[in-house]
Design a protein around this ligand. Structure first.
Ligand code: BES
Ligand code: MN
Ligand code: ZN
Length: 497
């Protein structure tokens, strides 16, 4: 897909289609007026007849308007002007792209009025357009035997309106937006794969393939023996019940100075979470194939760092296991020794994410990182607290957590700062080991983070719980690609691009 900016002369653009916005009261959005006058009031007459109600999500394709170069015009509803914001703009644009994907339209000019939101400057405008087009055209890599065509005829998108002074920023936004969309698609592809395909070994192979594509990436994969050498006893305790061997993946983007302090991203890569001996209830258990979404987001972000040649070091650490019940599985009450040396009483084998993460977080110390961010579908409690709209953000460094929350606002991939204070850590006391892996039902998202906090002392660390945001159920069931846009924004800002 080719993305460019258009700055003026909508009427004379020779494209297959122009997308225009219409508000609910029949008011044409700003850019539509030039098309209306060129076509002698065609659009106003159509709206006066009540032929297009302008509700968000609705579209109408018109062909052969007189007086303009483009062969088609697609109207997309913007809802009421009063409620017109980033969300309705995003939906209207998505609806337009969906409609266009069902046609033979090959080139397109987007000319929807921009909502008056301060986050949507020229750069983020370009970036959002490329991201929305990319995510709308994403197709699930399903294993259906009747194949639908995977590609759409759409090849070229002109984004606007942009003032002349903003063209450069918007172009940079389009370039970055394409990289974000590609990274999110990579996360989604991995997340959507079934557990019998996407195993720890598969993830390691994908990391190797990624490193082959980009010269800035270097990969190292620790197998079970190497993991044992690292004394990752908590990770191994989770993995011991499965026939699938674990993998620990180190994927490094070598940008910036070789001796500079890197950003380390740590991903939870549980390729299937049955709960282990603390077995989960059957309803919805299939969704636990998405329990490697954090790991997939880390892979996406490393591919983005490489593609945009970010002038900084970024290291991805992926702890990947399968959590299964079996005769060899870890049992409630068993005690494991973490790589950090702390002993952990495993009271619930379904709280496995924190067990693999604590060993991965400890591993990050050897890089003297500038910041460590872990990403995990960690707790159902986070879904109860925040629903599917915000990821949970916690950590031991207020500035770092704020940086992530702000990145989420700009990227429109939001996270909410939850409190992580000492009281929560006290819920993890054990009579038999240094700590327990669960702290009761209350504040479950935070006690999970508090557990990780025991292993990140002295690091600048933040944790994103994406259990509610990384995938969705229902008719559109599948990976959402979140929080890759948030993380991408965080990295791009840190790199100063
Ligand atoms: N992978 C789950 C968390 C999860 C739940 C993700 C729902 C997405 C949707 C995690 O490993 C888990 O099972 N957590 C337990 C922790 C509990 C045993 C303290 C949970 O949330 O129930
Ligand atoms: Mn679990
Ligand atoms: Zn899990």
């Amino acid at each position: 897909m080719q993305f460019e900016v258009w700055a003026k002369g909508l009427v004379t653009l020779s494209v297959d289609c122009i997308v225009l916005g219409v508000f609910e009261d029949g008011e044409l959005a700003e850019e539509a007026h030039s098309i209306d006058s060129a076509s002698n009031g065609y659009l106003k007459r159509l709206l006066a007849r009540g032929d297009f109600p302008g509700r968000t999500g609705e579209t109408l394709l018109l062909t052969e308007l007189p007086g303009i170069e483009a062969s088609r015009v697609l109207l997309t509803g913007l809802g009421t002007r009063k409620s017109f914001g980033r969300r309705s703009w995003r939906r209207s644009l998505g609806a337009a792209i969906t409609a266009i994907s069902k046609t033979r339209i090959g080139s397109l000019a987007i000319a929807i009025e921009r909502p008056p939101v301060k986050e949507l400057d020229d750069y983020y405008f370009g970036r959002a357009i490329a991201e929305i087009v990319g995510s709308t055209l994403y197709r699930v890599n399903d294993l259906k035997t009747t194949k639908k065509p995977k590609t759409v005829p759409l090849q070229k998108v002109l984004a606007g309106p942009v003032r002349k002074a903003g063209v450069e920023d918007a172009e940079r936004g389009l370039e970055h937006g394409q990289a974000v969309a590609a990274a999110a698609s990579l996360q989604r592809d991995l997340g959507n794969l079934p557990g019998n395909v996407c195993t720890p070994i598969y993830l390691a192979d994908q990391a190797r393939a990624l490193a082959k594509q980009h010269t800035s990436l270097r990969v190292q994969v620790l197998d079970e023996a190497a993991i044992k050498k690292e004394k990752m006893g908590c990770l191994l305790a989770v993995s011991q019940g499965s026939e699938e061997p674990p993998r620990f993946i180190v994927l490094e983007h070598r940008g910036g100075k070789a001796d500079s302090a890197p950003v380390v991203l740590v991903g939870k890569g549980v390729t299937f979470d049955t709960g282990g001996i603390s077995l989960k209830d059957p309803p919805g258990m299939d969704e636990m194939k998405f329990d490697m979404s954090g790991a997939a987001a880390v892979m996406g972000c490393l591919s983005l760092a490489a593609r945009l040649r970010l002038p900084m070091r970024v290291i991805g650490l992926i702890a990947s296991v399968e959590n299964m019940p079996s005769g060899r599985a870890v049992k409630p009450g068993d005690i494991a020794t973490s790589a950090a040396g702390l002993t952990v009483e495993i009271l619930n084998t379904d709280a496995e994410g924190r067990l693999i993460l604590c060993d991965a977080l400890h591993y990050s110390r050897r890089f003297n990182p500038a910041a460590v961010v872990d990403i995990a579908t960690l707790t159902g409690a986070c879904v109860v607290a925040l629903g599917h709209h915000h990821s949970g953000a916690m950590g031991n460094d207020e500035d770092l957590v704020h940086e992530l929350v702000e990145a989420g606002v700009r990227a429109d991939d939001r996270a909410w700062h939850m409190p992580l204070t000492e009281e929560y850590t006290e819920q993890l006391k054990s009579n038999f080991a240094d700590c327990a892996n669960v702290g009761g039902r209350e504040g479950g998202a935070i006690t999970a983070a508090a557990f990780l906090g025991k292993f990140t002392k002295g690091l600048k660390w933040a944790h994103l719980d994406v259990a509610g945001t990384a995938y969705q159920g229902g008719a559109q069931k599948g990976s959402t690609g979140r929080p890759t846009p948030l993380l991408a924004d965080f990295l791009i800002r840190r790199a100063g691009l």
